[in-house]
Design a protein around this ligand. Structure first.
Ligand code: ZN
Length: 315
């Protein structure tokens, strides 16, 4: 009886895996490149270049936080038959990349940070300290036990100029895998870059009359965005953590002096300390989404929201 059950169980497992295998092979035989990305904006980028030649899956889904994500077993299973994974440098990748590699040695892992000059993550301290002191602070931070990208800002998808560099890497990779369609990918890249330039110009216009260029944000996602568009983000979070009472008091003090009355937050993260500061300052909390899939529309909307709120309160 028990032996029979075990025998049957074995057969069921075998059938299960055969089915899974068959389904994943089916996916590949439709001729599309099977691609994985970490976050939703990347899905948009790859689809802009790859069009209907790619089948793109994303690890961090809507509403999830890329700083504390764990791929699901079914995502690992799907990754085991995927062809390309475009990583971008969000922090969950570091703890998972070796498992993803071991899971599918044939998977081509492409780092889309290639060719991008990463900068340290902004912190409230660096912004309020004189710039030479701030730089010294970073030099002290670079002790040998730190990993290559530790302390560097990963939010490279929020600057359209940097997206152009990422799009080039994506295009090159797709051309390598499917050289027969290289002209198609290259033409898509050309169009996409043109639209990114137009988007940059549009956003520049939105900010042109904004009286203050300083924006108080909970999570420091807007470093590269701010650099491109001449803004300055003042983050509440310090190295991924909510500030302590002393730091909180300093931020409140600073925001008061600067007459800041808006705090920008994102829905993927808890807004407790942002709320506390907002209460203290009698400020408003406004949500902007750094991870929206509809990239062009979302970024335009973010710019408009920032400009409108900063303007209407006259800070
Ligand atoms: Zn982030």
């Amino acid at each position: 009886m028990i032996i029979n059950f075990k025998k049957n169980l074995f057969i069921y497992i075998l059938i299960f895996f055969t089915l899974i295998n068959w389904i994943s092979c089916e996916k590949n035989t439709n001729g599309k490149l099977s691609v994985f990305v970490s976050i939703l904006p990347q899905k948009y980028f790859v689809e802009r270049i790859g069009g209907d030649r790619v089948d793109v899956s994303v690890l961090v889904g809507p509403g999830q936080n890329p700083h504390a994500y764990e791929p699901l077993p079914q995502q690992m299973l799907a990754l085991s038959s995927a062809q390309i994974y475009f990583r971008i440098g969000v922090s969950f990748e570091d703890s998972w990349i070796h498992r993803i590699e071991a899971n599918n040695p044939k998977l081509k892992i492409v780092d889309t940070r290639l060719g991008i000059q990463l900068v340290p993550l902004d912190s409230f301290e660096d912004i309020t300290l004189p710039s030479d002191t701030a730089e010294a602070h970073h030099e002290v931070d670079e002790s040998p036990q730190h990993t290559e990208h530790e302390g560097l800002d990963p939010h490279i998808w929020l600057s359209p100029d940097l997206v152009k560099i990422q799009a080039e890497t994506i295009c090159e990779t797709l051309c390598q895998f499917d050289s027969g369609n290289a002209p198609f990918y290259q033409e898509n890249l050309r169009q996409f870059c043109q639209e990114l330039d137009a988007l940059s110009q549009e956003i520049q216009q939105v900010f042109i009359n904004m009286p203050s260029k300083k924006i108080l944000v909970f999570h420091p996602a807007w470093g590269y965005f701010s650099r491109q568009f001449g803004l300055r983000q003042i983050p509440i979070e310090i190295e991924g953590k909510s500030p302590g009472p002393k730091q909180l008091a300093a931020i409140i003090d600073f925001a008061r002096k600067e007459r800041i009355s808006i705090i920008f937050v994102q829905s993927q993260m808890s807004t407790h300390s942002a709320m506390a500061i907002a209460n203290e300052l009698d400020a408003q909390v406004v949500t902007i989404d750094p991870l929206g899939e509809d990239y062009m529309t979302n970024l335009k909307q973010i710019a408009t929201t920032i400009a409108k709120n900063v303007q209407s309160t006259g800070n």
